[in-house]
Design a protein around this ligand. Structure first.
Ligand code: SF4
Length: 331
């Protein structure tokens, strides 16, 4: 594998459930939402690594853990070989410059009272980087990097004066202005019109390539993930079910859950005879996830007791292709 930039090792995040007065009287047992429940993966330099799955699978929490925006319950995150989960805040501050996030909603993530110039410049001002002229120059250049050109036409406008696609480009510029090495993009185009999604995604891919950035791309849309990502991890109820280079996930899915997700992704091949696999029911609550394999309550290939009682370990079944399913280990 290529040089590693970021790594999650057995990462867990359990959120305590707030309970009412009466339920605390009747039961002393603290309950937790097991948003992320023991996952490990590595992201190489200049790699686009995707986390995909239904909502409630733990993707967004994983993204925040990777940037140490929230503390893990257990496990570690490494960035450029340093364990950031135990790094003192003063050392982390410097590292944070190189790690950025792009949120899902460009309507919510930009302050409506600030001009585009102020929004993009803010990270430089907060960290005290550059003189006034240097900051102005950097803001203009970064706006042009995200194809908001000529920059002068955008500098003194407000977010409500821009289209959704232009606003998301501003959010990308804001993430880019500190010359990051690592960006977490959390469903960055899901709030945009379908017609402009492709443009924004292409821009992000170009930036990753041109500026040597690693991208953690979080999505529920496997059709988009397929075009964006070098490798993909499929999450379900806080666990990774399958992880492999994107082509292998798309054309040789091993896990029944991945197989079902992939079966509904349109492929541009009229001769393809893929049949749609229906997953029954809703994703269960992460407060009390199913025993054994978490997917067993919905699995079209359920194998009986072993699936209900024993959690399958994630194994490297083929080169760089990891899967957690008893189908491959049952003797
Ligand atoms: Fe389905 Fe069993 Fe595999 Fe889980 S372990 S995905 S329930 S076959």
């Amino acid at each position: 594998m290529k040089e590693i930039l970021a790594e999650a090792v057995d990462l867990k995040k359990w959120f305590p459930v707030k309970r009412g007065f009466f339920s605390t009287i009747f039961s002393k047992k603290q309950m937790f939402v097991r948003a992320v429940d023991g996952i490990s993966f590595k992201i190489a330099k200049r790699e686009v690594f995707g986390l995909a799955g239904e909502s409630g699978s733990g993707k967004t929490t994983t993204g925040r853990l990777m940037l140490k925006l929230i503390e893990p319950t257990a496990g570690d995150v490494y960035f450029e070989g340093k364990k950031i989960t135990t790094l003192p805040e003063k050392d982390l501050k410097e590292m944070r410059r190189t790690m950025q996030i792009i949120f899902q909603d460009p309507y919510e993530s930009l302050n409506p009272r600030m001009t585009i110039s102020d929004i993009v410049e803010e990270p430089l001002s907060v960290l005290g980087i550059g003189s006034r002229e240097e900051k102005e120059e950097k803001v203009s250049k970064t706006l042009e990097d995200v194809e908001l050109m000529p920059a002068e036409e955008f500098l003194f406008r407000f977010p409500h004066e821009l289209s959704g696609g232009q606003r998301q480009r501003v959010a990308v510029a804001r993430a880019l202005i500190l010359d990051p090495k690592f960006i977490v993009a959390d469903e960055p185009v899901s709030m945009l019109d379908v017609s402009i999604r492709a443009e924004v995604l292409k821009l992000m891919l170009d930036l990753v390539k041109n500026f040597n950035i690693s991208l953690l791309y979080i999505t529920h849309d496997l059709a988009l993930a397929r075009h964006m990502c070098d490798r993909l991890a499929i999450m379900y109820l806080g666990k990774i079910m399958e992880m492999a280079p994107t082509e292998k996930i798309v054309y040789e899915p091993l896990h029944p859950y991945t197989n079902a997700l992939i079966s509904v992704v349109p492929i541009p091949d009229p001769s393809s005879e893929r049949t749609e696999v229906v997953i029954k029911g809703e994703i269960p609550s992460p407060i009390n996830p199913p025993s054994g394999c978490r997917f067993h309550t919905r699995c079209p290939e359920y194998l009986g007791d072993i699936c209900r009682t024993k959690e399958p370990a994630i194994i490297e079944l083929k080169k760089e292709h990891y899967v957690a399913c008893h189908k491959y280990t049952k003797k």
